[in-house]
Design a binder for this molecule. Structure first.
Ligand code: 0A1
Ligand code: ZN
Length: 866
């Protein structure tokens, strides 16, 4: 547990030194008893030939009760080592030595959920980034890679299942207790260690790898959830096959296991051969899981599986290189999901997420480079920048090299660095070596924080058409000066019919322009009037500024063959309309009338791809709208957002009504088309309600009463609750009654209420926090209320009561789980953009929490308040 005012230490990339000693092998014995768990570890130490010669070595250890230490069989007395502030230092070590330590730990009271802890009666671990030091003494850094042999001992009846990494090699019984020994021959850093002891149900299958080896696939969950594992199993097999085809990566052990746990700080964890998953990212059943939930399971299962190569076989030298494994693996999972579903829709969803969540991070007080230079708590750097922007940087390399060369480069990367802990530069070196391209300037993407702004102007001249690009990256904390980046801009020029015109003598109709200077102009032999279609496929993570005319945007939305550009045009139209409303320059009905023809075109073509139509018809979020206005008055933004939604609801009400009724399915299907239909149908129903249509409540109640699946049921409930329709209260009560035993469904029940727009929701949130089913120790539940309030309900959050409740709750979470508190606190990062009155109020509240904050929370709050 963190204590108040724990010493803050900053770790810097420039101070990196290799470890003095390596640990070739680890033998662990974990003896689990109620109330105390005893961990005996035997480390085979060897002086690191790559380090400066030293006979001293540091081992991390946090919250360990030391029983004994012995070096080469000799018990060490207290004078022969130093153990303070979580660091054990031994000196006078020979070239090779064996260190045996015996410690006691207390998993039952571990609410921070790092190291070994208990979740619903099951023992499990979370060691990334620095959890292993809570289990035993160890050089807890990713560049120390060891083979592990682990014995787990526990009561036979209560913990029939004893798991760890690798393959089981021995087992036995001793009276009421039993033990299993696992061996993982692949050297790994300790952050990939895992252990599980519990009574779980198992779904089993077999995968035959490309070289014909049989791999046992075992998915574990609580017995009641056994029927919710099929989708994860199917996703896992698809991912294994895809990685063989796409990257030539074959699975290496004889077993691959996934364990679902209810208490988990993040989504899931790629421990070697024994993934541990948040139940929310692995359990899926049509009755209890939304379509978005199904898609998340598919992508997270794949993500963790892909880490077996991009992360485990080849890992990070230090935590500054985190994006080496995370950016690359997100890119891999994005491409996998694109291949399994509609690629165009997937790309827009990913861009939407990046633009609406990572861009604000990169433009706020938490902005940091994809390869940061320093951190206090590494847990705070599992950010959208490391993950999502990191993935965009890999994607740019993929497109710059082309699929074939990129594959050669990743082959080289995996072959050259197998079994090693390496850097982002090593990755780019492979790209450079294979392609012969100088990637020197490109590497700035890793070191430079902030979102680049690319301003474009066009000019029609007698000689042809010209586009001039100017790039500029605004300063970020600690990084005032910015250098030009390499920005690939995929583009086309569309004629009046929306057809791309030839851009050069060869007749190419699409090009990638490389912008690598502050300003550059490109000429095209085009004389007709054209609309530029820029940044196609979102070819670089930049803000693109171009002063489009309304008719050009309508044309892009209707005709562009690029899904991203269509979506981006729609976003520009919506934002412009709402901006005018925020500034009081227009009326909602006028704006809706102006949008109507373009939206009707989208609706007419909805049958081509329902999901894409839903994405095009959905308004940007209130939070995203607020990010365009400074100083931010959340009430004015809320008003404008509601007004436009209502006006669109009214203007197109006949369409919303028919979509709400005609897209209704009669039997359950879980394919992409069926999911797209439900998405569009839910959206239509929501617009119908926003427009105040008298049929909305009836349709929503009918759907709620007899849903085919959770997407329908929850969609109906959300519409009822968010629009305060008659029947909402009853539906909430019915839903809670129906699903009281399904934690993941109840999370949705909490979050639907906490995200209902409007100031009065804050009183609802206060009640939800007192609800008997609310549990401060369960991260999913905490997120479902506090995350929903602060992250997606600006009109309730940005009130005096909202700030006060948020700050108090933050303190309460922090006392139990600093990682979760710090994560939720990020929602307050917009503080500096708020109008002075609110800014002052929020500042006061956060300052009060700071007094007692853990080191994790303190790092985030200090940055926000600075
Ligand atoms: N490596 C995991 C994410 C993860 C990171 C940190 C954790 O605890 C602090 C847990 C999981 C992934 O990328 O899926
Ligand atoms: Zn990951």
């Amino acid at each position: 547990m963190e204590t108040a005012h724990a010493a803050v230490t900053t770790t810097r990339l420039k101070d990196y030194l290799p470890p003095a000693y390596l640990v070739d092998s680890v033998t662990l014995d974990v003896d689990i008893h109620d109330g105390v768990t005893t961990v005996t570890s035997e480390l085979a130490l060897r002086r690191n030939p790559a380090a400066a010669v030293s006979d001293a070595m540091m081992f991390n250890g946090e919250g360990l009760t030391l029983r004994s230490l012995a070096l080469d069989g000799k018990v060490l007395d207290e004078n022969s080592y130093r153990y303070e502030d979580g660091e054990l230092v031994l000196s006078g070590l020979p070239e090779k030595a064996t260190l045996v330590s015996v410690v006691d730990i207390d998993p039952e009271n571990n609410t921070a959920l790092e190291g070994l802890y208990v979740s619903n009666g099951m023992y499990c671990t979370q060691c990334e980034a620095q959890g292993f030091r809570h289990i035993t003494f160890f050089p807890d850094r990713p560049d120390v890679m060891s083979s592990f042999r682990t014995t787990v001992r526990a009561d036979k009846k209560r913990y029939p299942l004893l798991l760890s990494n690798g393959n089981p090699v021995a087992q036995g019984e001793e009276g009421e207790r039993h033990w299993v020994t696992w061996e993982d021959p692949f050297p790994k850093p300790c952050y990939l260690f895992a252990l599980v002891a519990g009574d779980l149900a198992c779904l089993e299958d077999v995968f035959v790898t490309c070289s014909g080896r049989e791999v046992a696939l075992r998915l574990y969950a609580e017995h009641r959830d056994l029927d919710k594992l099929d989708h994860a199993m199917a996703s896992l097999k698809n991912a294994m096959r895809w990685d063989e085809h796409t990257y030539g990566c074959e699975y290496d052990l004889d077993i691959y296991m996934i364990v679902a746990v209810s208490h988990f700080n993040m989504g899931a964890m790629e421990n070697k051969g024994l993934n541990i998953f948040n139940t929310a990212c692995v359990l899926a059943h049509p009755a209890t899981t939304t379509d978005a939930g199904f898609q998340r399971v598919e992508s997270v299962v794949a993500h963790e599986y892909f880490h077996n190569w991009s992360g485990n076989r080849v890992t990070c030298r230090d935590w500054f290189q985190l994006s080496l494994k995370e950016g690359f693996t997100v890119f891999r999972d994005q491409m996998f999901s694109a291949d399994m579903n509609s690629a165009a829709v997937k790309r827009v969803e990913d861009v939407d997420f990046l633009v609406n969540h990572q861009f604000p991070e990169d433009q706020g007080p938490m902005a940091h480079a994809v390869r940061p230079e320093e951190f206090e708590k590494i847990d705070n750097f599992y950010t959208l920048t490391i993950y999502e922007k990191g993935a965009e940087i890999v994607r740019m390399q993929y497109h710059l090299l082309g699929a074939e060369q990129f594959r050669k480069a990743t082959d080289l990367y995996f072959a050259r660095f197998d079994g090693q802990a390496v850097t982002c530069d090593d990755f780019v070196d492979c790209m450079q070596e294979v392609s012969g391209t100088d990637m020197g300037q490109f590497r700035r993407w890793y070191s430079q924080a902030g979102t680049p702004v690319l301003s474009v102007v066009d000019q029609v001249a007698p000689e042809g058409y010209r586009l001039t690009f100017r790039q500029h990256t605004p300063p970020t904390p600690g990084q005032a000066e910015k250098l030009p980046l390499v920005i690939p801009v995929r583009m086309a020029l569309l004629d009046a019919q929306g057809e791309p015109v030839p851009l050069d003598e060869e007749g190419r109709r699409e090009q990638v322009l490389i912008i690598d200077q502050q300003e550059q102009t490109f000429h095209f032999p085009v004389s007709e009037s054209v609309t530029p279609s820029l940044l196609r496929g979102f070819s670089a993570p930049v803000v693109l500024e171009f002063d489009y005319r309304k008719d050009q945007l309508a044309a892009l939305l209707s005709h562009d063959s690029d899904g991203y550009c269509r979506w981006s045009a729609a976003q520009r139209l919506y934002f412009a309309a709402m901006d005018r409303l925020v500034k009081g320059q227009s009326s909602p009905d006028l704006e809706a009338a102006a949008l109507q023809p373009a939206l009707e075109q989208v609706i007419d073509r909805a049958g081509e791809d329902f999901a894409q139509a839903a994405l095009l018809l959905m308004l940007p979020s209130e939070v995203a709208l607020g990010d365009r206005h400074s100083p931010l008055d959340p009430a004015a933004v809320h008003e404008a957002h509601q007004q436009l939604k209502q006006a669109i609801g009214r203007a197109l009400q006949a369409h919303w009504l028919s979509l709400s009724e005609n897209l209704l399915a009669t039997e359950l299907q879980m394919d992409g088309v069926a999911m797209g239909r439900r998405q569009l149908r839910n959206l239509a129903l929501d617009y119908l309600a926003a427009g105040g249509h008298p049929e909305a409540a009836r349709i929503a109640v009918e759907l709620f009463e007899l849903p085919l699946c959770m997407s329908e049921e929850l969609g109906a409930l959300r519409t009822l609750v968010h629009h305060g329709l008659s029947g909402a209260e009853q539906a909430l009560a019915q839903f809670a009654q129906r699903w009281k035993d399904e934690a993941l469904v109840m999370d949705q029940w909490f979050s639907v209420q906490a995200s209902a727009p409007g100031e009065s929701t804050i009183d609802v949130v206060a009640e939800l926090l007192e609800h008997p089913a609310f549990d401060w120790k369960v991260p999913n539940r905490v997120r479902s209320v506090l995350g929903a309030l602060a992250g997606s309900n600006p009109s309730a959050f940005n009130t005096p009561k909202g700030y006060q409740l948020f700050a108090q709750a933050l303190g309460r979470v922090d006392a139990l789980n600093p990682q979760i508190a710090a994560r939720i606190a990020n929602a307050a990062a917009r503080l500096h953009r708020l109008e002075p009155g609110r800014q002052q109020l929020l500042r006061q509240q956060l300052q009060a929490v700071l007094e007692t904050a853990s080191a994790n929370l303190r790092e985030v709050l200090t940055r926000i308040l600075s």
